[in-house]
Design a protein around this ligand. Structure first.
Ligand code: AMP
Length: 384
């Protein structure tokens, strides 16, 4: 039996295992935290990612390694890659972990990004501000997620204070983008099925994402009201990244839409929260396709089956019976203890048409106090 080793045992790893069991795969996790969502499904080595003895043992226990979060130390991925196939490739992890490298990669491929500049000392402030203008967003180059490690600044003085708060160096200043909306594209690249052939590549439809306090709350799939050619544009930029990195697996790219133009904000070399709708909303989920890619198996279809909305359950979840009596609803709970701000599950609503999806959202609104759902229903178009 093929055993997939997954670095990280959170909900993404859990959903990957749930997608892999029907394919006859088995799983093993490595995570420093005990009692994790995925540890309930498969054995877990509980240790730090930097413990080489543990990595050595892990490499012997599994046939193939992937990861479910992008802050896995690149060194650990490289150490494993010397012993067992690792996907996505460690160079993708490396690029995604540093916002400057990531945006420079996009730029080198001709992909538009918000203006940005590195900040390592106060002498960088003025040249950076000349590039970005004000307001601007100051972020840590590394280890930021869900809006953490970010400050919006309106003046050079505020930039000074924010830089002090964020640690003075290894920062990036970005132009504040007054975007119309946030979109993301999920791409998947397999392995060459025969030598001489190029790997199979597939794209899910662009989706529209709504964040609050830096955390994803709602995804609409496919994204409503796309401009002509926008899907193709997103696919071609994602393809360029896949090819440059000789990528394998699922890659998510987060985009800002500004006056119809797409600006790349960041990428995640893994399955992604904005792809959870694919579990019931697409013929092949992102989790199944990520595994197929790594195994060198043919990829599955990535089209949308109807219209979907994915709603994150953050901090707490209503009783299951309140959700499950909505026929379009699919409830996914991650077996995590409720805690403020914690993602503990999500709901996928999938309907054959936009009108039916709107109705299902209306019913869900009566049971869940999520402002994004309320705004959705007040408009006549599929827009918030
Ligand atoms: P990030 O960690 O870069 O994905 O940022 C989290 C969220 O902050 C994004 O989803 C946006 O809503 C917002 N954000 C990040 N960067 C910018 C920017 N340069 N301009 C405007 N909003 C931003």
């Amino acid at each position: 039996m093929t055993t997939i080793g997954i670095l990280g045992a959170g909900q993404l790893g859990r959903m990957m295992a749930l997608a892999g069991y029907p394919l006859g795969l088995s799983f093993r996790f490595l995570d420093p935290a005990a009692g994790s969502p995925a540890g309930q499904l498969a054995p877990q080595n509980t240790a730090n990612y930097t413990d080489e003895a543990v990595l050595e043992q892990f490499a012997r226990q599994v046939d193939l390694v992937t990861y479910e979060f992008e802050n896995v130390p690149v060194q650990a991925a490289r150490f494993l890659a010397d012993r067992v196939p690792v996907f996505p490739p460690p160079q993708a992890l490396e690029a995604a972990q540093d916002r400057i490298k990531e945006k420079s990669l996009f730029r080198s491929l001709g992909i538009a990004t918000p203006a940005f500049a590195p900040i390592d000392s106060p002498t960088d402030f003025q040249p950076a501000l000349r590039l970005t203008g004000l307001p601007a967003v100051l972020k840590t180059r590394r280890l930021g997620y869900d809006g953490k490690g970010q400050r919006l600044v309106h003046s050079a003085a505020e930039l000074g204070t924010a830089a002090e708060e964020l640690g003075r160096r290894d920062l990036i200043l970005e132009e504040f983008v007054a975007f119309e909306r946030e979109l993301s594209i999920l791409a998947v690249r397999g392995r060459a099925l025969e030598s001489g052939l190029s790997p199979q590549v597939a794209f899910y439809p662009l989706v529209e994402n709504h964040h609050r306090e830096g955390v994803l709350r709602l995804t609409l799939a496919p994204a409503p009201h796309l401009h002509p050619g926008q899907q193709e544009k997103a696919e071609s930029l994602a393809r360029a990244v896949l090819e440059r990195l000789d990528y394998c697996g699922v890659l998510a790219i987060e985009l800002f839409e500004r006056r119809g133009e797409l600006l790349a904000n960041e990428m995640a070399p893994r399955v992604h929260n904005s792809g959870h709708w694919t579990i019931e909303g697409a013929p092949t989920s992102q989790f199944a396709n990520h595994l197929r890619a790594g195994l060198g198996w043919p990829l599955g279809l990535t089209s949308a089956q109807g219209f979907a909305a994915m709603i994150n359950l953050i901090g707490s979840a209503p009783p299951a019976s309140d959700i499950l009596d909505i026929p379009e609803a699919h409830l996914h709970l991650y077996a995590k203890a409720p805690r403020p701000g914690r993602k503990i599950g999500h709901i996928n609503l999938v309907a054959p048409g936009e009108a039916e999806l709107r109705q299902a959202i209306g019913r869900l609104r009566q049971r869940l106090d999520i402002p994004e759902l309320a705004r959705y229903n007040q408009t006549t178009r599929m827009e918030i």
